[in-house]
Design a protein around this ligand. Sequence first.
Ligand code: NAI
Length: 254
Amino acid sequence: MALYAMTGGATGIGGALRQQLTERGHQVISVDIKDGDIIADLSTAEGRQAAIDGIAERAPDGLDGFIACAGLPPVARPLSKIAQVNYFAVVATVEGVKDLVAKRRGSVLIVASNSAPMVSAETPFVEACLAGDEGAACAVVEEADGHTAYAGSKRAITQWMRRNTVAYAKAGVRLNAVAPGITQTPLTDQVFADEALGQTMRDFQASVPWGGMAKPEHIANVMRFLLSEEADFVCGSVYFVDGGSDAMLRSDQF
Ligand code: NAI
């Protein structure tokens, strides 16, 4: 049986994955701001370090996988929190547990979003993230809107994943991302309830080719596969699990 560590295992997609893995006899170390084995606020440097130290203490012989799932929605404020949790905390925790995952030739899975391609790579916020400058990214994102902050953080983390795939593979770690579409979780509830973004989200949901909304289990099913030995040759991939929305919006790009 495998030993995994994850962030954001308390609710939503992460909660479904944690449940699926434990039901199958795997062990999961969950880091979250609430209801976790390790309680840590990943928006802060101290919280990230507490997460890394707590995982290392509980997994001295290494990890079969690490899942960076914690995330904040486009309606979170201040917008710099989105940068901190959705991008900088992911990079810091993935880097922090990389050697533990390499010990077992394991897998790191990043939870991105199908919104990532909706923001240009030339967006100053995306560039500041990829430059690794948290202060600059937090400053520049405060001038943006919620969509740019959220989708920009997801674009940046997806690009970071792709850029680091080779180095991680050579170190013995399979790096991949899942890009969910609209999924029924507490995060989505917050967006639906928002005056400015709620209608945009409802319109987007109505346009999903396969219809409706994903359940967290739909996303977790694919994540479980990507973490498993059955996905042993999947490396550097971005798996869209979005009912066909990305194919509809970017038919000629892949
Ligand atoms: P959720 O709100 O149910 O789960 C987010 C988790 O992150 C929660 O357990 C929460 O406590 C944790 N978290 C938030 N801030 C934190 C912090 N500062 N420190 C530690 N933990 C923190 O939302 P959902 O939808 O399950 O989101 C999971 C991931 O999926 C996120 O990265 C989100 O961006 C992504 N996603 C969600 C989509 C959706 O439609 N729900 C679509 C595309 C991506």
